[in-house]
Design a binder for this molecule. Sequence first.
Ligand code: NAP
Length: 488
Amino acid sequence: MTGAYTQDRKRLVTLIPGDGVGPECVRAAQRLIEASGAAVAWEERQAGASVFRAGLASGVPPETIESIRKTRVVLKGPLETPVGFGEKSANVTLRKLFETYANIRPVREMPGVRTPYSGRNIDLVVVRENVEDLYAGIEHMQTPGVAQCLKLISRLGSEKVIRLAFELAIAEGRKRVHCATKSNIMKLTEGTFKRTFERIARDYPDIEAQHIIIDNCAHQLVKRPEQFDIIVTTNMNGDIISDLTSALIGGLGFAPSANIGNEVAIFEAVHGSAPKYAGKNVINPTAVILSGVMLLRHLGEFEAAARIEHAILVTLEEGKVQTGDIAGYDKGASTTAFTDMVIANLGRTSKRWQVRDYRPIRLPQITGAEAVVRPAQRRTLGVDIFVESTLAPEELGPSIEQAAEGTPVKLKMISNRGTKVYPPTGAITDCVDHFRCRFILRAPDGDLSDAAILDLLARVGARHRWMHVEKLPIFDGENGFTLAQGED
Ligand code: NAP
């Protein structure tokens, strides 16, 4: 990764103060990084609420994008999408624009922060896939009353984040990586992530690799969080469990994060703009300061990073100055007083609380031919046509069967919200006006042509409103689709 430097060889970092409590926390982190002696200089840019209000729908102005392209590294405060402005969040814009495919969220027990888990040495990292899954944001109203969101999981996207999780384990001297998915239900999407994990784990024989179903992972995290080291998971699973893990160690005031891409890395707290505390100088800046510590390690400034982390541990351990989230907002210290104390503690180390020995992370490089899966054989067995109808399944079925007469396919079944309803199975299904009609080739070894699909669509469309079509592919003999509940 390249980047930009000042004339006196300081690494340039784009600084986005952000919204709400953002500027207060970001200034605290900036002051500490400067006091640590790290060779870092800042280029301040805007994003978020003020940009949306100025009429820019992405929330990220061109001069900010240009700065990030140049510096390749960002320290940012939380960004808001004000109601009534912008369709997409500025955070998501930044993640997608710079392909920051992994979100790394470490949590560790903090001295002086009492939680039900105190003394159990929680020290784990959630590595969340950051650009795919339901967060690709591809949504459609398929009928006036039925919405769809596409869950996209690619082998490439999975491989990048999973390799990064193993590389992170090596860089931080960790021993175990769990992969958390819902592959038992979503066999193709979450299953792709799991299968990719199992394949890549073989390249890392010294790291213990285990799969865990995401719901059990949530349960185990609450019951015995100390068993986890690194958890790698898909976007939505990771979004939810990483908020859970933040709560295990005392809340969002202590949860930093890094959005890592091969070109750009963006460091920020997990928390948002906490508007009720904005401008009051009472917020806990630790999460943003620790995000700054992650940034320094990313830049290879390991010594400065360790100095700041030690200073935070000493400050929290001594407890002379505590922020409102720990002491209570009526008696807590100000954000600036807490930051002053951490700066005063630079150079001190805690005897009891350790700082890991960090090494640089090797970012996975997956390019060219490796990035695309090319089966030796592929064919199309059939097609799913989704129709809007208020007919009962036993009336819709014969009508759809008639539409397929004289074509190379026959109606295999109709499902409603994933459950087979025609031919009838005896299941009690509350049908909505959204049916999937599954057609398969009468000669099952054949290959259904696009022309035949278009002809079928016209025939079905003459009787019912269709709104969605999916081919039923077979790649190297493996079905590229799942069966409906009750389908065999
Ligand atoms: P939030 O800003 O994270 O605040 C929720 C609560 O978390 C606060 O009321 C406070 O709890 C606690 N909290 C947050 N930051 C803290 C800190 N530094 N120290 C101690 N406690 C802290 O979540 P939100 O209210 O749902 O979101 C507000 C706005 O932020 C929204 O516009 C949202 O879209 C945006 N947001 C941005 C990002 C980002 O930019 N990455 C992330 C999340 C949310 P108590 O009330 O219990 O004191």
